[in-house]
Design a protein around this ligand. Structure first.
Ligand code: UDP
Length: 238
């Protein structure tokens, strides 16, 4: 394993919805293509990934159906660990070394979350996949992406979206006049209620001067391009 020669470090957030291609579970074709893009970019950039779990469970939805919210959220977090393991596997198949760190301890399947060790992995060219969110109910993986990016000193949070390719002036699915913004400040996005990413994640990045790029997953390699620093989607900054 060679020491990484790059100093650019990114935190990529992938939603669980993407992994499942709209269904419960993981779609191997989707994982293969996402992993190929990440593996290619990992030759040039240090990469950590926070994976969502919406393709398995969302705590709030289970709570609406009558479950205790905390327990339901733990189910959600366990779903993210399954996605993390799947991503690790496909990354390795694509030729990239990968490590999973879980915020909930489960030593047989993943390392515990140790930020300094995560940084060391990245310096050695390994992709680090963070599973189990923050290990705390009532959090979302968007917020965890912001927190992890800050803690591992990433340059930017890259949020890959399914079905929308950036931040719009209104919901593009319901408003034909909605326009995509090339750049928006956190304050503006929060004030105008442009919630492509949850408000806690925006606030955390705003308070700590962390940039966020929100872009759509597309067949033309948008994940790879965003990691390599291309100006796609919407840049959100202070
Ligand atoms: N979750 C949680 N704490 C965390 C991260 C996630 O409780 O720190 C739970 C929560 O129930 C959430 C689920 O895990 O609904 C899946 O995460 P998320 O909804 O953020 O996934 P995504 O929408 O990105 O697929």
């Amino acid at each position: 394993m060679t020491e990484s020669t790059t100093s650019r470090r990114v935190l990529l957030k992938l939603s669980g919805e993407a992994f499942g291609a709209g269904r419960m579970g993981v779609d191997p074709d989707v994982l293969r293509s996402i992993s190929a893009e990440i593996a290619e970019a990992a030759k040039h950039v240090q990469i950590a990934v926070v994976v969502g779990g919406g393709n398995f469970f969302r705590g709030a939805q289970l709570a609406d159906a009558g479950m205790d919210r905390g327990r339901a959220d733990y189910m959600g977090m366990l779903g993210t660990v399954m996605n993390a393991l799947a991503l690790q596997d496909f990354l390795e198949q694509a030729g990239a070394a990968a490590r999973v760190q879980s915020a909930i301890e489960m030593r047989q399947v993943a390392e515990p979350y140790i930020p300094l060790r995560a940084e060391r992995h990245m310096e050695k060219g390994r992709v680090v996949v963070f599973g189990a969110g923050a290990g705390l109910p009532y959090f979302s993986t968007d917020t965890v992406a912001a927190q992890r990016a800050l803690e591992i000193r990433a340059d930017v949070v890259l949020v890959a979206k399914n079905g929308v390719d950036g931040v719009y002036t209104a919901d593009p699915r319901t408003d034909a006049a909605a326009e995509r913004l090339h750049h928006v400040s956190y304050q503006d996005a929060l004030q105008r209620g442009l919630r492509v990413v949850d408000a806690t994640a925006f606030s955390l990045c705003m308070d700590n001067g962390m940039d966020m790029r929100i872009f759509g997953m597309s067949p033309d390699g948008s994940i790879r391009r965003a990691i390599l620093g291309e100006d796609i989607g919407t840049l959100v900054s202070t």
